[in-house]
Write a protein that binds this ligand. Sequence first.
Ligand code: S3P
Length: 178
Amino acid sequence: MRQTYKNIILIGFMGVGKGSVARVLARKMRVFAIDCDDLIESFANKKIIKIFEEDGEAEFRKIEKNLAKFLEKSVNGAVISTGGGFYKVKNLNKIGTVIYLKSSFDKIMERILNSPNAEKKIAKRPLLSDLAKAKALHKERDETYTKKADLIINVEDKTPEQIATKIIKLLNKKYLKG
Ligand code: S3P
């Protein structure tokens, strides 16, 4: 019997490329890409960095939880890119098929630092301001990302195009041919 997925939801560490992959994947699948951080910014009417500074991380996490409820209830057939801490919401697996974009911390930093707008990418992420802490966070989260994922894709040294193609192949294998 054919199975379908409600949404495809990309999880993984900050800067791993969830947003870029989501846009390419959505285009290939002819569906819409939705970014959780973009939705949170429009909900709060301010940038993530300002939410952290003015309201605190706890408030940001509260908004993430509310967004997760909204996505579960109201969104179908989309590719959803999440913020690096979104995986903690209780209903993650009810939102859709969870795909972990996996990469070592060093490769993530290499990717960010080699991008044309590296400074901006670091400045907009409050939890990347202290590299030692960010590295420890990556280590701590890797295990949980793995546990929560229906599929894990190693994205090191791959383009969004290659990653999206691989995701489609794996999804077809897992859900359409089984
Ligand atoms: C966070 C990751 C960020 C953003 C916020 C918190 C995290 O998103 O949601 O700064 O806890 O890892 P990206 O993963 O897109 O950087």
